[in-house]
Design a protein around this ligand. Structure first.
Ligand code: SAM
Ligand code: SF4
Length: 329
């Protein structure tokens, strides 16, 4: 097992396999998009597989594939199949916008993908267009139903935003009546690629819970899984549950078990840091597996204690100008 300098166990990596996306969610990137990396700067699949193999021997057992939109990178399913065969990597999860996912569900199930987080900020087609700037709501709903029918554990990620989707908070919770899903309300974070939208946090975790209680006064707190970033609740008698992720308030740093790799191979030991070293560069310079391992160990030995300290230590300072599409969430 891997530990950081604050005694936190690290067993989870989030790998953003591309910075490209077919949506333009306004909280993630500006309308005109972001400047994508040239292909030569992206980690290749071979590089990603090598890294995952190394990390699996160090104690990383859980992988989340994210992006950008993972399924728009070519040959993603071949990569996923290979990743699913890595010894020690016991769980693979994927975060997707669902726009091209429905037909892949049987294959994903067959390769043992443990769960899918589907990003869906609203159940209203017009609001979906307003938020994502693309007209593909039916495709995402198709993916939702395919996932349920295909028996893959499904979580819905909903970023809660003033003036955008507050009216969806209750209908989203209602979805858990008939479906065994988890709906996760996420505080908006300032990673919008320097888009025009000014990020404020009116809808924090407390306000979201208070709002849920107006409609579901008997909502019950349920136990949170180990290392969970969400505080979880259930409406009695409903099949699914809801969770609130204090992503901006950062209440969960004390048990943070995760590291992140960006599409260009930057290791982030905290969502709020701006990268601690570039593993692609050392690999391309010919580093051995042992050298790569010791570089990871050194980075984990210098980890910020929480997201606030990580933010203070940013080399390029504030404000944050990255798009979440280059980080993976
Ligand atoms: N494209 C995929 C998707 O949307 O699911 C995967 C990548 S996306 C960057 C990962 C997650 O980050 C999504 O659930 C998205 O809603 C969330 N996200 C993006 N920008 C965010 C922001 N500014 N604040 C909070 N969550 C954000
Ligand atoms: Fe694309 Fe996901 Fe960002 Fe939306 S949140 S623009 S789907 S990467």
């Amino acid at each position: 097992m891997l530990y950081d300098n604050h005694g936190r166990a690290i067993n989870y990596i989030r790998l953003a396999v591309t910075d490209r996306c077919n949506l333009r969610c306004f909280y993630c990137m500006p309308e005109e998009g972001i400047k994508y990396l040239p292909k030569s700067e992206l980690l290749t699949y071979e590089e990603m597989l090598r890294l995952l193999e190394i990390l699996a021997t160090m104690g990383i057992s859980k992988l989340r594939i994210t992006g950008g939109e993972p399924f728009i990178r070519k040959e993603m399913m071949i990569f996923l199949q290979k990743a699913s065969e890595i010894e020690g990597l016991n769980e693979i999860h994927i975060t997707t916008n669902g726009t091209t996912t429905a037909h892949l569900v049987p294959q994903l199930k067959a390769m043992g993908i443990k769960s899918i987080n589907l990003s869906l900020d609203t159940l209203d087609e017009a609001r979906f267009y307003q938020i994502t700037r693309r007209n593909v709501f039916p495709k995402v709903m198709e993916a939702f139903h395919a996932l349920i029918e295909g028996g893959i554990r499904t979580k819905i990620n909903m970023v809660v935003m003033t003036g955008q989707n507050i009216e969806d908070i209750i209908p989203m919770a209602e979805l858990t009546k008939d479906y065994p899903i988890s709906v996760r309300y996420i505080e908006e974070m300032p990673f919008n690629g320097a888009g025009s939208h000014y990020q404020t946090l009116e809808w924090n975790h407390r306000k979201i819970l208070t709002h849920l209680k107006t409609r579901f006064p008997n909502i019950e707190k349920i136990p949170d899984a180990a290392y969970s970033t969400s505080a979880n609740y259930k409406v009695p008698g409903y099949q699914g549950s809801v969770g609130i992720i204090a992503a901006y308030s950062r209440t969960f740093c004390g048990t943070c078990n995760r590291i992140r790799l960006t599409p260009k191979g930057l290791l982030k030991t905290c969502l709020y840091d701006d990268g601690v070293f570039n593993v692609r560069d050392i690999m391309r310079a010919g580093a051995t597996n042992e050298q790569i391992k010791s570089t990871f160990l050194e980075a984990l030995g210098n980890r910020a204690k929480d997201g606030y300290e990580a933010e203070e230590k940013r080399q390029f300072g504030l404000p944050i100008v990255e798009s979440m599409s280059t980080i993976g969430g």
